[in-house]
Design a protein. Sequence first.
Length: 45
Amino acid sequence: MTSEDASRIQSAGDRDPDSRTGQTGFGSRAQSAAANNDNEDDDED
């Protein structure tokens, strides 16, 4: 997951807090996954 993907997911949850994405906290988990992926990419250099 990229940072752009995570941002898009979190924005969708913020726009509609009653949606499943907004209620489950998936946006914050997506941000965390993107951060982990960014760190893994840095380790490969």
